[in-house]
Design a protein around this ligand. Structure first.
Ligand SMILES: Nc1ncnc2c1ncn2[C@@H]1O[C@H](COP(=O)(O)OP(=O)(O)OP(=O)(O)O)[C@@H](O)[C@H]1O
Length: 456
């Protein structure tokens, strides 16, 4: 990458030399001969990297003072000090003040190039890490303002710092893993690993090796299991009810003893792991049926947390849609769309058996598939049929979903008009037969038709 590099030195030949070497590497350079020139140049446009002489003879400020000013304003701007022979100590104190590195005069071109590349790389990585952090914090936000989601958030905030084991229950796709990640992120273990082991996706035969690891034997290396990997952090055991009984017994022993043996091993491994488990099944029923150990249930669920299904918090649907549009649009570059009122009414009244995950998938599908004018709102008739089917429609079926965005009186009028027109057409305009079929007096039907503006 061609970077914009500022070279600050009171000696013109050093400035030209450094700039020349960096330009040969494809970088763009600027030079400054005094502290004020340097500060003005940085003010004019923040460079990617600064080479800064420590002495700066004849300047208002010396190199260290310039460094302090630069670091105060641009903490992420990497600065490499140029140190004269014999003032290494000053160079070291510059590093303590935030300089990235220093080069000592006289220097070799190779060394200069290497330091520049490293400083640019470190600064790029820092920026990337910051972006990723910001994005993952944003991505893992529990969105929603309903009472039930506020209660969930409060439970998460209370439980997070305690280190207690937590059992999260809730239907598939409600946000159990997101809840577990949020708890981890708010706990004292936040800087430790968050390891996921999903019992639903691992065969019973492999479960123990995945969880406890394998002791190496001839020809086979040792494999670290999820428990060991999560040391110092959190292990999220997803769909705990899918664990075979035998594994349940062993997990219980780990919880009691705080240590375990690898499969095929004899030494005991001690780990410090917080276990958060989850289940979308009815665990008391699993216990009653003898498929889940009751004592394990109590040990895992010191703090039980239930994540509500989306149907329990339909008022969150608009915010979730907005949240996912932002997320998907940032990740894929697809433009965001607006959702028309009738479509929002349909989306809010849908039952969402797949919960938040299903809603997210549908938002993604809408952004990908809905073509046409990108500024036009997405209307109910553009929704996937799987979403619209549970919504009452008019007999004509045309734009039936619009009923959902109307108050009852207007919706009933539209329905009655279409219903009656369809019935009359069915009986070839014979009002007596229509009245008989729909269970109305002929005269009452006439009045109705007149009030709806149908016929003469
Ligand atoms: N309240 C919420 N706010 C924002 N995103 C959410 C929310 N709840 C769930 N999600 C998102 O929905 C998707 C499914 O959530 P998650 O995987 O946590 O559900 P789950 O209950 O663990 O699912 P499963 O039971 O299938 O393992 C994820 O993309 C998650 O980020």
């Amino acid at each position: 990458m061609s970077a914009d590099i500022l070279v600050v030195d009171d000696e013109a030949d050093i400035r030209e030399l450094v700039a020349g070497i960096l330009e040969d590497e494809g970088h763009r350079t600027r030079t400054a001969g005094s502290s004020d020139e340097a500060l003005a140049s940085i003010e004019a446009r923040r460079p990617h990297l600064v080479f800064l002489d420590i002495w700066l003879q004849g300047s208002r400020l010396d190199g260290l003072q310039v460094l302090d000013l630069v670091k105060a304003q641009h903490p992420d701007l990497p600065v490499v000090m140029i140190s004269g022979h014999g003032n290494i100590e000053t160079a070291v104190s510059a590093i303590k003040s935030g300089a990235y590195d220093f080069i000592e005069k006289p220097f070799k071109a190779d060394r200069l190039v290497l330091v520049a590349e490293r400083a640019l790389e470190a600064s790029r990585l820092k920026r990337e890490v910051r972006d990723l952090r910001a994005r993952s914090v944003q991505a893992s936000r529990i969105a929603g303002r309903s009472i039930v989601i506020n209660q969930l958030r409060q439970a998460v905030e209370r439980a997070a710092p305690t280190n207690a084991r937590i059992l999260i229950t809730g239907a598939p796709g409600t946000g159990k893993e997101l809840t577990a990640r949020t708890i981890h992120g708010m706990s004292t273990r936040a800087n430790g690993p968050f390891v996921v082991l999903s019992a639903a996706t691992i065969t019973p035969e492999n479960m123990e090796a995945e969880l406890f690891g394998l002791e190496g034997s001839e020809g086979r290396g040792r494999r670290v299991g999820a428990l060991e990997e999560a040391h110092g952090g959190t292990l999220y055991l997803d769909e705990i009810a899918d664990m075979p009984r035998e594994t349940q017994n062993r997990i219980l022993r780990v919880l009691v003893d705080q240590n375990f043996q690898r499969v095929g091993g004899t030494t005991r491994v001690h780990v410090d792991v917080r276990i958060i488990s989850s289940s979308s099944r009815d665990l008391p029923a699993e216990i009653a049926a003898g498929r889940f150990r009751e004592d394990l249930f109590h040990r895992l669920g010191v703090v039980p947390i239930r994540v509500p299904s989306l149907a329990e918090r339909r008022e969150d649907v608009p915010e979730l849609i907005e949240f996912f549009m932002d997320q998907i649009s940032a990740a894929t570059g697809l433009p965001k769309r607006t959702i028309a009122e009738d479509a929002m009414a349909v989306l809010q009244s849908h039952d969402w058996p797949g919960n938040v995950r299903q809603l997210r998938n549908n938002v993604e599908r809408l952004l990908i598939l809905s073509s046409g004018d990108l500024d036009a709102a997405i209307t109910a008739d553009m929704l996937p049929s799987e979403i619209g089917t549970l919504v009452p429609t008019t007999p004509g079926g045309s734009g039936g979903e619009k009923l959902m965005s109307l108050p009852l009186r207007e919706a009933r009028e539209i329905f009655e008009r279409e219903y009656l027109l369809a019935q009359i057409a069915r009986f070839s305009g014979n009002i007596s037969r229509t009245a008989e079929f729909i269970g109305m007096e002929r005269s009452a039907l006439h009045r109705k038709l007149k009030s709806l503006g149908i016929g003469g």
